[in-house]
Unconditional design. Structure first.
Length: 97
């Protein structure tokens, strides 16, 4: 009899308590995982939603955002995870610095 793990694709489970992106603005965070999927909301141009797994004060947290800037950054630099960063709000958009 086969085991599920023998044939299933690696599932990237992002665990941690949900936190609002505004709660971690201008703080250094450790980005430890991410997943980009289609969004059920039509608030951004890409139609995507980012789930960002971070560590803040040695606790795992999960942030959801439709920020096209951060989504583009994470799609481009996902291979660099884990890394430290700061989320900044510049005018009307969020960005990693």
């Amino acid at each position: 009899m086969k085991k599920f793990s023998d044939f299933a694709d690696d599932i990237n489970i992002l665990d941690g308590d949900k936190i609002r992106i505004d709660d971690v603005l201008n703080q250094e965070i450790e980005v430890i995982g991410c997943r980009v999927k289609g969004s059920k909301f039509d608030k951004n141009a890409s139609g995507k939603c980012l789930t960002l797994q971070i560590k803040v004060n040695d606790q795992k947290r999960v942030v959801f955002t439709g920020s096209d800037v951060i989504i583009d950054q994470m799609e481009k630099y996902q291979k660099e995870i884990p890394f430290f960063s700061t989320i900044k709000k510049i005018n009307r958009y969020y960005t990693l610095t």
